[in-house]
Ligand binder design. Structure first.
Ligand code: ADE
Length: 262
C-alpha cells in the first residue's frame, strides 16, 4: 500500500514512521510512504506558502496554489512513488469525521492514500474543495498541525495490511475486534509483586481460557467504555447471544441445585 503525505514537515513524519513496525514494513516493501514537501511548490524565493486571511483575524493560512501543485505532482506521477488512479485525499482536521478502527479497516482496502497536513490556521478553502475527498479528525482537541494525525492513521491502517504484523492473526484479537476491548494479558513471572497470573491461564484448557477471556473483555468494556458496551450488547453478535444463553443455563442449574439442597 502506498501513502503520500503532503506536509511542511516531511522529516517529522518520516522519522516517526521509519521506526519499529511501520519502519520494518517499509523495509520489506509492504508499505511505501512518500512525503511531499508542500514548500517545494512555493512560487516565491522565500519559499513561503502562507498568507494573511481575507476578512481579518489572527494567524496565517496556507495558500491554495502550493498545496494544489503538490497534489498534482502526486497524481501526475512526478514523485518517486507514482500514483495509478485518482486517490482518496484525507485532510487532517479537527472538523472531520472521527477516525476509528472501522475507518482504518475501510482505508486499508485502498491501494493508495494521500494525507494532507495543514498548519497555521489551516488551508484556503478553495483547494480543499477541489482535492479533498475525506475530512478526518483524530479527536475533539486541536493540534498544531496534521502530521501527528497522519502518522496515527498510517500506523493504524498499516497494521491491518497482511504481513505488516509478525503474525496476521494478532491484528484480530486486539482491542476493538468485534467491538470489545481486549482482555488482560500476562507474561512471566507467574507471580509478580504478590500478584498471581489467573489460574485459568495456567490450566492449558483452551475452551475455559477462551471463555474467561471473553468474559474479561465484556467486563472491561462495560467498565471502561460503557458506550461501546451498550452498542455491543444491543448488536446482533452471535457470540454474545450464545454467551447469554450459557449464562442463563448456568443460573438455572445453580438455582435448581440450591433448591435441591434445602
Ligand atoms: N489538526 C489539528 N488538530 C487535529 C485533530 N484533532 N485531528 C486531525 N487533524 C488535526
Amino acid at each position: 500500500m502506498k501513502f503520500h503525505i503532503m506536509t511542511l514537515f516531511p522529516d517529522m513524519v518520516m522519522n516517526g514512521l521509519s521506526e519499529s513496525i511501520t519502519g520494518r514494513a517499509m523495509e520489506k516493501g509492504i508499505i511505501r510512504i512518500q512525503p511531499v514537501n508542500i514548500r517545494d511548490f512555493s512560487d516565491n524565493k522565500y519559499r513561503h506558502v502562507d498568507d494573511y486571511t481575507y476578512g481579518g483575524g489572527a494567524g496565517m493560512l496556507m495558500q491554495p496554489e502550493p498545496v494544489y501543485r503538490a497534489y498534482q505532482s502526486i497524481v501526475n506521477g512526478d514523485e518517486d512513488i507514482s500514483c495509478k488512479k485518482k486517490p482518496r485525499v484525507l485532510y487532517m482536521t479537527p472538523q472531520g469525521t472521527r477516525f476509528s478502527q472501522k475507518m482504518a479497516e475501510e482505508l486499508a482496502k485502498e491501494e493508495e492514500l494521500v494525507l494532507l497536513c495543514g498548519h497555521y490556521e489551516g488551508i484556503d478553502e478553495r483547494v480543499l474543495e477541489e482535492i479533498v475527498t475525506d475530512y478526518v479528525s483524530i479527536g475533539d482537541f486541536v493540534l498544531t498541525g496534521g502530521e501527528l494525525p497522519a502518522m496515527m492513521i498510517i500506523d493504524a491502517v498499516s497494521r491491518l495490511i497482511p504481513g505488516v504484523l509478525g503474525c496476521d492473526e494478532s491484528a484480530l484479537y486486539e482491542s476493538f475486534y468485534d467491538g470489545l476491548l481486549e482482555y488482560p494479558q500476562y507474561t512471566r513471572p507467574e507471580v509478580w509483586h504478590n500478584r498471581k497470573v489467573p489460574d485459568v491461564l495456567l490450566s492449558g484448557h483452551h475452551k475455559n481460557i477462551a471463555d474467561w477471556r471473553y468474559e474479561m473483555s465484556l467486563e472491561r468494556t462495560k467498565e471502561r467504555r460503557p458506550d461501546l458496551y451498550e452498542t455491543y450488547v444491543n448488536s446482533d453478535s452471535e457470540v454474545y447471544k450464545t454467551y447469554i444463553k450459557k449464562q442463563q443455563k448456568k443460573f438455572r442449574k445453580k438455582k435448581k441445585n440450591d433448591a435441591d439442597e434445602t
